[in-house]
Design a binder for this molecule. Structure first.
Ligand code: ZN
Length: 690
């Protein structure tokens, strides 16, 4: 599924690049300058624990919304928060029991709340909140508490409060149930098991199936799915499949069905939102979504997505539903998520400018003219400002979304591709001063350039890559699209990256008003080479080759250019204090090398030259210099950076005049524990077991 790759890639990026940074290049107008000022004094990093950093994000532009738009954002945000319990329960059936037990202890424990053991308990609780359950949000492995089960038993027994105990049971029953689940590493060890050869359904802890085997699930859906339907319904997307009295039954997520109590609340807020919708199109898709939540009907879900994807004019937008299927080992059942956002007009203009000039870029590329498209259409990506995150998008969030997921809807009706600029901005700001740049940049000038232009540079790179790069070029007649076989992805990504890199350094970018000077491009070249030659290796295990397609592509480009420019010292390998650096001496010559490699990779793709494609990937993209790898890992580990990040949500507070909302104010809390405890009190609607 396309969306899967996209989102994983994006999340992946967010770990690596976020250590690069920024501050916008074109703060020409006064408003921008003022906004930047208020953004500079904002505390983006809230706290760090385990392998996680908790950040805050701002909602720039919220105050410029009309009162009615603010009211709409408020209602959609409430709807986004009401499904939190669903995500916990979907991730693992004991998650709500565990979360509620931990929260009861946190509030009501009568013993020492300053001890080291207690701190370990609090860290565990924070991790459970972060992952919406007891399995790591990224690796899917169950994490085990660093305190003992004896200590845990003591906590439970010395707590005053209401534990989530079923009727007729006591605290000992609770402990008997919860202790093995939390402490035994063998029980439900993986949330999603992808290992071939074992029953994926039985060996995965996620709560989409119960009492059924993988084979039974497959047979069940094989009988329902009609193969020849050109508009296939996403069967199984919104249900749990269980065996009851020897029969397979789908428990559908809907009002009156599974998760009814939370879904009713979501509907309540969506209905309010529909009353202040910006226009009829929006009103229609909101009502369609409500109808879907009421019936659980997947045809209605498709109808909703078609209406939603066509709504490009509304300023406010949202994602709300059972959407991504990464949590299901069979990739069928979706986890609940929500995002509320509005258009970032200035940044969207940036993407539109690039798109509008797509033909010029195609005509002037260094590629052989017979491999160029005669008529090229740029894809416009929308840039958005996130106002609220919920469900599976909170606290850990993607930095880009491309929806809907159904292939036939994408083909027939298009898709919305969005990047979340205020989230990436927060990532970058939170990373400032963490020592990463200081460690891997060669000189203070390089750091300065990166601080000043890095953010815009990387946004422009992404725009060029997404809006133009992938869509450029054409295959010669008779050449198959899968001629590159397993080398397709790294070569395709290299092509898009090279297109972006080549044009970053073009005067046209300045002429179009996209950057104030080519200094911005220099920042991008520096960080690209630094990452491709060195810093991305922090994510590869020692002794392993590079597997991931984007990482392969980056090393391919960086290494090829380093080697081809070695004679002229275009990129120079330097050593300072026993540390390795790669320094660009000649940006124009490097640009020419990018152009040459682009022409070659386009030739490989256009002519279907598999042998050449294989050779260039195997020579430059896969193998790692073990000495350098070790050095980079050691330098990185010394910085003690948390590889994963997530966010505290801003709070939207309605200003009332009798029972009417006349305005909405934004507050930016900075206490992660308080927000989580508050959510568990205010937005917890589901029973402990569903
Ligand atoms: Zn790409």
């Amino acid at each position: 599924m396309k969306q899967k790759i996209f989102k994983i890639v994006i999340k992946f990026l967010s770990i690596g690049i976020m250590s690069t940074m920024m501050i916008s290049c074109n703060s020409e107008n006064k408003k921008d300058a003022e906004q930047n000022k208020s953004r500079e004094s904002f505390k983006f990093l809230a706290e760090q624990f385990a392998d996680i950093k908790i950040m805050r994000y701002q909602i720039p532009g919220f105050d410029s919304l009309t009162a009615k738009q603010k009211e709409l954002v408020y209602y959609l945000s409430e709807a986004a928060l009401c499904g939190r319990d669903i995500t916990f329960d979907q991730n693992y059936k004991h998650n709500l029991l565990i979360r509620r037990t931990l929260e009861t202890i946190y509030d009501g424990y009568k013993g020492d709340k300053t001890s080291e053991e207690w701190n370990k308990f609090v860290t565990y609780m924070k991790r459970v909140w972060f992952s919406n359950g007891i399995h790591h949000h990224y690796s899917n492995d169950k994490f085990i508490p660093e305190f003992t089960n004896e200590y845990f038993t003591e906590l439970v027994k010395n707590t005053e409060g209401n534990f989530p105990i079923e009727k007729g049971q006591n605290i000992n029953d609770l402990l008997a149930k919860i202790v093995p689940v939390m402490f035994d590493p063998k029980i439900d060890a993986k949330r999603v098991n992808q290992q071939e050869g074992i029953d994926l359904v039985k060996s995965s802890a996620s709560n989409f199936y119960e009492g059924v085997t993988e084979k039974e699930v497959e047979d069940y859906y094989k009988n329902i799915i009609k193969k020849d339907n050109p508009q296939p319904i996403s069967y199984g997307l919104n249900s749990k499949l269980v065996k009851e009295n020897g029969k397979l039954v789908e428990k559908v997520y809907k009002e009156g069905g599974m998760y009814s109590d939370a879904i009713s609340k979501i509907i309540y807020w969506l209905e309010k939102a529909a009353t202040v919708a910006e226009n009829d199109i929006m009103k229609n898709h909101l009502q369609k979504l409500i109808a879907y939540y009421k019936t659980g009907d997947l045809q209605t879900w498709d109808d909703y997505n078609i209406l939603w994807v066509k709504d490009n004019d509304s300023h406010i937008d949202y994602v709300n539903g059972f959407i991504e299927v990464y949590g299901d080992p069979l990739g069928m059942k979706a986890t609940w998520e929500a995002v509320v956002n509005f258009k970032d007009i200035n940044a969207t203009k940036r993407a539109q400018t690039i798109s509008a000039n797509a033909q010029w870029f195609e005509d002037n590329s260094p590629v052989d003219s017979k491999f160029k498209k005669k008529e090229v259409k740029g894809v416009t990506a929308k840039v958005i400002t996130v106002a609220q995150l919920g469900g599976d998008c909170y606290p850990s969030t993607p930095i880009g979304i491309n929806l809907p997921n159904a292939d036939w809807i994408r083909k027939d009706h298009g898709s919305k591709s969005v990047t979340m600029d205020n989230i990436t901005y927060a990532y970058d700001q939170a990373a400032l001063g963490n020592g990463f740049m200081e460690e891997f940049c060669f000189s203070p000038e390089e750091i300065e350039l990166q601080k000043k232009h890095g953010s815009l540079a990387s946004n422009l790179h992404t725009d060029l890559h997404e809006c133009l790069g992938h869509g450029s070029g054409q295959l010669l007649p008779g050449v198959s699209t899968d001629a590159m076989k397993n080398y397709h992805s790294p070569l395709e990504e290299a092509r898009a990256d090279l297109f972006a890199l080549y044009y970053m350094m073009d005067q046209k970018m300045v002429d179009l008003g996209l950057m104030s000077s080519l200094e911005c491009a220099k920042a991008e070249y520096n960080s690209y080479i630094r990452n491709g030659m060195m810093t991305q290796l922090t994510r590869v295990e020692l002794g392993k080759n590079i597997e991931q397609a984007h990482m392969r592509n980056r090393q391919l480009i960086a290494k090829w250019c380093f080697e081809k420019g070695e004679k002229d010292k275009v990129i120079e390998k330097k050593t300072k204090d026993g540390k390795t650096f790669f320094v660009i001496n000649d940006y124009q010559k490097l640009r020419n090398l990018f152009g040459k490699l682009l022409a070659e990779i386009q030739r490989i793709k256009s002519t279907g030259d598999f042998e050449a494609g294989k050779k260039i990937v195997e020579t430059y993209a896969v193998k790692v210099d073990p000495e350098l790898h070790k050095e980079v890992k050691t330098r990185y580990e010394k910085l003690k950076l948390a590889p994963y990040g997530g966010f505290i949500n801003p709070v939207l507070k309605p200003v009332m005049e009798s029972d009417k909302i006349i305005d909405v104010k934004v507050e930016y809390p900075d206490n992660y524990i308080e927000q989580m405890m508050h959510y568990s009190k205010k937005y917890s609607f589901l029973p402990t077991y569903n």
